[in-house]
Design a protein around this ligand. Structure first.
Ligand SMILES: Nc1nc2c(c(=O)[nH]1)N[C@H]1C(S)=C(S)[C@@H](COP(=O)(O)OP(=O)(O)OC[C@H]3O[C@@H](n4cnc5c(=O)[nH]c(N)nc54)[C@H](O)[C@@H]3O)O[C@H]1N2
Ligand SMILES: Nc1nc2c(c(=O)[nH]1)N[C@H]1C(S)=C(S)[C@@H](COP(=O)(O)OP(=O)(O)OC[C@H]3O[C@@H](n4cnc5c(=O)[nH]c(N)nc54)[C@H](O)[C@@H]3O)O[C@H]1N2
Ligand code: SF4
Ligand SMILES: [Mo]
Length: 693
């Protein structure tokens, strides 16, 4: 197998930090080893265990190396040729479209796909399948923050400033974010913040390894961050700490937002959140004392049925204190997947066209249709959101093409979603391993992995990066772009789906030109020369935009908009039958549905399986024993996993990581109640009963 003999500079396949790494071919050339890449500024050589061991998935025994087609004779997935497999997928999708109309065919993408793939997948759905029914797993990730960003600032880029600004601000409030487990190399920015005299506040119902580093840890009841943020804003007003000049000069909507906050008395907020009033006062003092501060949210407050309003309330706090649109101050969301940012910009979202354009906007349709060489009227309308799409499988949506997600493990109310997936007439899955979802498919298409193909990702800072091919893929696999090319041709679209990533990127540049996420000035050559380029970058001589909003916000009038939000309960609150709160999240050594990391011995040794974190008081009350199986039961189902007794969690709450299928699958329990704006499901709070199994 051919490999270049020198190391290739590239980026990790996993999270949104997109750590830089060098890949050096192993003797024999069958795989690569990871080496430090100290010149890349985001991680300066540091990697977590997942990144360090990522090559293990390239050479894993369980990696898919040839297409599989389910045969009538045996009902099992059997090896097939690429021609047979692609014919079967094209026919399966086309047959459904012919029989039931184009919207009976669905497409489900992923935020781990490169920009080129995400762009090509969105185009494939709209141009080759003519379906409106496309969405992706990013809906489960940062969609609430994205919606709140749009509402407040007129633009959604997770972080409006580079990570390097964090150590230089005065105070950071981390809300529902656990970088010690989810982005370990980024912890350095918080350590440096403290070394520089800045303060750290962590808001998390668990005393996580991140919270242990904080000057102040607030541990609200899951699902009550909205009340908490309103309570802090109430105190800001009551203590005369608002920035009236900023409010008057750069915002709109303060009167209503202020009135809503004033209705949230500290004592009321203490009752709702469980955070004592003195802690609220301390938080306000720490946040307001320095001249600059930041609020950063992650999935904790966002994955709620009121995630958009919750993020809006935290943004209100920033705006009222003049901590936005100024150097070293602002609100940001720590995006999650490898291309969580770029994946949400280029058209795999139900309502969206490339360049973060709106599918419902006639001018956007005309521009993109022009680049695609199709009639704007032929572009479908916006479709269903991710959970709604999965929920419609087998009824309104009868065939599905899935690329880059494993919803049998990661979707809310997963037993129901699994049942819906099983009920479709036709399912095709492109993956690198036989994930729990791929195992249900009629056709499985084995695709190349990160180190075997070139493509761009946009990290959590909005920095567009280039992953470079370091290794030739095994002979039996194809790239996702080759898959889409092969399918489009079979559906009668001969042109417009090139297999060369750079050619796709060049088209993406044109499609994004003039849009909110304008990539038109970014090229592969520039990314390599400049350690990434921050969008928007409207032309080749533009330096890119590391810092947004310093002069004006991206709204029509240039002013940021306060959101007039009030607290409301989670969709499910504890009652006599289900008296305990369940929240869910991550551990450092597994990634997402575990499809990739559960194939790595070293990671499995560190995090072998699911568990239920439970406080000693609750454990004693129900008779839970450390390490013994606990049953967690919600209105959706029952999961069983060993008890992990710890006083680092609230006594009214249990926590489960969601990385495993089977009996310990956390998502058997979770509530698919959706945020009305972002359509984000409530992964972070539902009501359960806990008992020894
Ligand atoms: N090791 C590892 N790293 C990852 C990933 C992974 O799967 N594994 N996934 C990547 C992706 S896609 C993402 S989105 C990010 C996610 O990164 P994070 O958001 O940091 O991860 P989570 O563990 O989902 O949630 C963070 C914290 O929210 C807390 N929390 C739970 N409920 C609430 C609540 O109601 N309010 C508040 N304030 N906090 C709450 C949890 O206790 C948890 O500590 O991580 C990325 N990095
Ligand atoms: N309970 C609970 N559930 C959650 C969350 C939570 O906090 N709690 N978090 C949610 C969040 S934030 C997210 S992002 C989702 C993520 O959940 P998933 O969408 O399931 O994410 P992954 O496990 O990364 O799935 C990616 C799949 O694509 C495959 N893959 C990797 N690279 C490629 C590629 O280049 N091409 C193709 N075709 N396939 C590829 C992988 O092998 C894997 O099977 O989970 C959500 N689910
Ligand atoms: S922190 Fe994220 S990008 Fe960095 S090595 Fe770990 S998984 Fe990869
Ligand atoms: Mo995510």
């Amino acid at each position: 197998m051919h490999t270049p003999d020198s190391a290739t500079a590239t980026h990790c396949p996993y999270c949104a930090l997109q750590c830089g790494m060098n890949l050096r071919p192993e003797p024999g050339g069958a795989s690569v080893v990871v080496e430090e890449r100290a010149d890349f500024p985001v991680n300066r050589g540091a990697l977590c265990g997942k990144g360090r061991t990522a090559p293990a998935v390239l050479s894993s025994r369980v990696r898919l190396t040839g297409p599989l087609v389910r045969t009538h004779a045996t009902g099992r997935l059997e090896p097939a040729t690429w021609e047979e497999a692609l014919d079967a997928v094209a026919e399966g999708l086309a047959r459904t479209g012919r029989a039931h109309g184009p919207d009976a065919v669905g497409v489900f993408g992923g935020g781990g796909l490169t920009n080129e793939k995400a762009y090509a997948l969105g185009k494939f759905a709209r141009v080759a399948l003519r379906t409106s029914q496309i969405d992706y797993n990013g809906r489960f990730c940062m969609s609430s923050a994205a919606a709140a960003h749009q509402r407040a600032f007129g633009l959604d880029r997770g972080l409006p400033f580079p990570l390097e600004d964090i150590p230089r601000t005065g105070c950071v409030v981390l809300v529902g974010s656990n970088p010690a487990e989810t982005m370990p190399p980024a912890l350095r920015y918080l350590t440096e913040l403290k070394a520089n005299g800045g303060t750290l506040i962590v808001v998390d119902p668990r005393r996580t390894r991140t919270a242990e580093q904080a000057d102040l840890h607030l541990a609200p009841r899951p699902g009550t961050d909205l009340a908490l943020a309103l309570g802090l804003l109430h105190l800001v007003v009551a203590e005369g700490r608002t920035d009236e000049e900023f409010i008057a000069g750069r915002t709109t909507g303060w009167a209503q937002a202020r009135a809503a906050a004033m209705a949230h008395w500290p004592e009321l907020v203490e009752r709702i959140t469980g955070v004592p009033v003195p802690r609220l006062r301390e938080a306000v003092a720490l946040f307001c004392a320095p001249s600059s501060a930041m609020v950063l949210t992650a999935r904790g407050p966002e994955q709620q049925s009121k995630g958009t309003d919750t993020v809006g309330a935290w943004i209100n706090l920033c705006l009222a204190t003049g901590r936005a649109g100024r150097p070293l101050s602002g609100y940001g969301c720590l995006t999650g997947q490898g291309n969580g940012q770029g994946g949400r910009e280029h058209g795999q979202k139900a309502d969206q066209l490339p360049g973060y354009r709106k599918l419902a906007d006639p001018a956007a349709r005309a521009h993109v249709a022009g680049v695609w060489g199709v009639d704007p009227a032929s572009l479908p309308a916006p479709g269903r959101s991710a959970y709604e799409l999965l929920d419609a499988l087998g009824t309104e949506v009868k065939a599905l093409l899935l690329m880059g997600s494993n919803p049998v493990v990661s979707a809310p109310r997963a037993a129901h979603v699994e049942d819906r997936i099983r009920s479709v007439d036709f399912l095709a899955v492109a993956d690198v391993v036989l994930s729990e979802t791929a195992a249900l498919a009629d056709v499985v298409l084995p695709v190349a992995q990160w180190a075997e193909e070139t493509g761009t990702t946009t990290n959590l800072e909005g920095r567009v990066l280039l992953r470079r091919r370091a290794l030739t893929p095994p002979p039996g696999v194809r790239t996702d772009l080759e898959v889409l090319h092969g399918l489009a041709g079979r559906l009668g679209i001969e042109k417009g789906f090139p297999t060369d990533p750079e050619e796709v990127f060049e088209e993406l540049r044109r499609a994004s030109a003039g849009g909110p996420a304008d990539y038109s000035g970014i090229s592969y050559a520039r990314i390599e020369a400049e350690q990434g380029v921050f969008w928007p970058c409207p032309d080749g001589s533009h330096a890119g935009t590391p810092r947004l909003f310093l002069d004006r916000f991206a709204t029509d009038d240039g002013r940021a908009r306060f959101a007039p939000v009030s607290h409301r309960d989670a969709a499910e609150v504890p009652d006599a039958e289900y008296p305990v709160l369940l929240t869910t999240g991550r551990v450092v050594s597994q990634y997402q549905s575990g499809a990739q990391t559960r194939r790595v011995d070293e990671l499995n040794a560190a995090a072998p399986g699911p568990f239920v974190e439970i406080h000693p008081r609750l454990a004693a009350r129900i008779g839970a024993v450390e390490g013994a199986p606990l049953a967690v039961v919600s209105r959706r189902g029952r999961a069983v996993a060993p008890a992990r007794i710890t006083d680092s969690i609230r006594a009214d709450t249990v926590f489960m990581p969601f990385h495993w299928p089977g009996e310990g699958r956390a998502n058997t329990l979770t509530n698919p109640a959706l945020d009305p704006v972002s359509r984000m499901p409530e992964f972070k709070v539902c009501a359960v009963r806990v008992e020894p199994a």
